[in-house]
Design a protein around this ligand. Structure first.
Ligand SMILES: OC[C@H]1O[C@H](O[C@H]2O[C@H](CO)[C@@H](O)[C@H](O)[C@H]2O)[C@H](O)[C@@H](O)[C@@H]1O
Length: 594
């Protein structure tokens, strides 16, 4: 039986990230980048697919754990009959090879410890050769090499295709393990001092967190979300991944298992707006520059997602040797949705440029050219059906949310021109375009009989994405159509107090078998819509309910099964954490609808 998704904590070095279970096992780690093959893939299989457990002999789970202050340095405390130990796990921010550091510290008594390391490169498929070299245990297979050492050296030996470390820690003693990856054709990189690295790592994260201006009741939750969003950033390029995992299921045992280790324009532009709203201009600027590089070219070739450096080919395939999280099969890498037409993306990107300008981020001369090209593309294509923000794998439709976001694109472009007449653009033509889209959405996307915006033209289905209509400024919050849409979505998509993105009961629009949990980002959007339509108390209650869904270290997956009380989907997911920060800002008077 795998650990629960919410049993994991995240550590990372701004180029990749690892998931550490409450049982002391690192069950997921891709090296050297987020989108590289995993060398620990037990998350999607079992220990034989690679993991590294470090725990007192015979103990199941740590007694409690937390991050050291506002950092990504994880401290797990183990209480045993023989004494107490603390294990500190982190990945030093990188200026060289990636390291995973685990420091065991005796707190009281004398505790026997066991480390079991099973490296399985190639997403759990490749068993490396091991050798000893210069106080290290070295694993090599093909392009990958991993070096393990401990300070002080402890008894470490091979058994059953694993590397075991057996030692005892007394109160006050420390044993530090450092696992270092590097390309196997290169010499071993310089050694990192684990204790100095810990201090530096803590100082870096704290300095970053200190820049958050938000005070008050939600500061701790917001900061953890911000730290998580920052941890999903690939620092060398400024790209931001949607989540560090692939194929954590949206339904246990189901097929809705996708690879999120890529940079979605939608998720990332929302991350940028979130960071910018809190003054994190460096990250926002790095993302904006990433975006300008990634999307350069014909606007018709715009993808919904890219690789960490803007790579375009992300072919989807199935890893048939991995059984999947709790047998949720297939495990996929790559993502077919990259090539879908999703019209909302144009609106999100242009909106983020608009937010960046208003947030004081200095312009880039070619940024406006790209927006103009996008607008011209939309003018010719906005009437086409698309796959929508939910990336349905069924037929393309005229999704109401996609058209609303096409309106956002035109609206922001018009407003930018009005604010800065020195820019070139077809102001009159774009005003007409904005008006045309608005009229059509109100005529064809709104069901007057039911009193609600619908998922797509002519459908009776609902879509929680229509909750964003007041947030993006398409209609004012007190418009009766907005108020009744919020009520209808709340009545029909609410599932044990949280919101489903759409109904999957009868003939699902997404073309996929099976169901899924409540969608956490949509649940935050309902809280926003309730707040904007004046129902502050209900908004706050829903927000508090959502805060309670976070795991013990403040992390959220994509979805939640309220009946089973379990998190579902890739973890931790940027979309959910963006939702959390957005709602907290609204509730505390720091955010506004556009
Ligand atoms: O459910 C079907 C789709 O699910 C994934 O997309 C979802 O995650 C994206 C990243 O967070 C988000 O941008 C999108 O709105 C979500 O629907 C998956 O990546 C798709 O391939 C899949 O069709």
């Amino acid at each position: 039986m795998s650990a629960l998704i919410e049993d994991y904590a995240l550590i990372g070095d701004l180029q990749t990230a690892a998931l550490v279970g409450r049982n002391g096992s690192v069950d997921w780690l891709c090296l050297p980048r987020f989108d590289s093959a995993a060398c620990f893939a037990a998350l999607l299989g079992d220990e034989g697919h690679g993991h590294w457990r470090l725990a007192p002999v015979g103990a199941d789970e740590c007694a409690h754990r937390s991050y050291a202050g506002d950092s990504l340095v994880l401290e797990s405390v183990w209480e045993t009959d023989a004494g107490t130990v603390k294990v500190t796990d982190f990945m030093p921010q990188r200026d060289r090879a990636p390291d995973l550091v685990r420091i065991v510290e005796g707190v009281s008594g004398s505790v026997e410890m066991l480390g079991v390391l099973r490296l399985r490169f190639g997403h759990g498929a490749v068993v490396p050769w091991m050798r000893r070299d210069d106080d290290h245990h070295v694993a090599v297979a093909g392009p990958d090499s991993v070096w393990l050492r401990s300070e002080p050296p402890v008894s470490t030996f091979g058994r059953d295709f694993s590397t075991r470390s057996e030692f005892t820690v007394e109160a006050g003693q420390k044993v530090a393990f450092v696992l270092t990856w590097h390309p196997s054709h290169e010499p071993r990189p310089a050694l990192v001092d684990p204790h100095d690295a810990r201090d530096a790592c803590l100082a870096d994260w704290r300095a970053w967190a200190d820049r958050c201006p938000l005070r008050g009741p939600y500061r701790e939750a917001v900061l953890r979300s911000l730290l998580t969003l920052k941890a999903l950033t690939y620092e060398p390029t400024g790209g931001i991944v949607a989540a560090p995992t692939t194929s954590l299921p949206e339904e246990i045992g189901g097929v809705r298992n996708w690879d999120y280790r890529y940079c979605w324009l939608r998720d990332s532009t929302l991350t940028l707006e979130t960071l910018l709203a809190l003054g994190y201009e460096d990250e926002a600027g790095a993302w904006r520059d990433w975006l300008l590089r990634a999307v350069a070219g014909d606007p018709a070739d715009l993808q919904t997602m890219y690789g960490l450096a803007g790579e375009r080919r992300l072919p989807e395939s199935e890893l048939d040797w991995l059984p999947g999280y709790e047998r949720s099969y297939p495990v996929r890498v790559g993502n077919l949705a990259a090539g879908q037409l999703q019209l909302d993306v144009y609106g999100e990107v242009i909106d983020s440029f608009h937010a960046a300008r208003r947030g004081g981020l200095g312009g880039r001369p070619h940024a406006w050219n790209i927006q103009r090209c996008f607008l011209e593309f939309l003018r010719d294509h906005w009437r086409e059906p698309d796959s929508g923000l939910w990336e349905v794998r069924g037929p393309r439709r005229h999704f109401t949310h996609s058209k609303v976001m096409a309106w956002v694109a035109a609206d922001r472009a018009v407003r930018t021109l009005e604010e800065d007449p020195s820019l070139r653009g077809d102001l009159d033509g774009w005003r007409v375009l904005r008006e045309e889209i608005h009229r059509e959405v109100c005529e064809r996307g709104y069901d007057a009989e039911r009193g609600t915006f619908t998922q797509y033209y002519g459908s009776r289905e609902l879509d929680a994405a229509t909750l964003l209509i007041p947030r993006v400024g398409f209609l004012p919050p007190d418009d009766p159509r907005v108020v009744s849409t919020v009520d209808t979505v709340r009545r029909e998509l609410l599932h044990h107090g949280l919101v489903r993105r759409y109904s999957v009961e009868c003939e699902p629009v997404d073309g996929l078998p099976g169901g899924e949990g409540a969608f956490l980002a949509c649940s935050f959007w309902l809280a926003d819509a309730l707040f904007l339509t004046g129902r502050t108390k209900e908004a706050r209650e829903l927000f508090e309910r959502l805060l309670a869904v976070r795991n013990d270290v403040g992390l959220l997956a994509e979805e939640y099964d309220p009946e089973a009380g379990r998190q579902l989907g890739n973890f931790p997911q940027a979309f959910s954490h963006i939702g959390l920060v957005g709602t907290a800002l609204l509730l505390t008077g720091h955010g506004t609808a556009d």
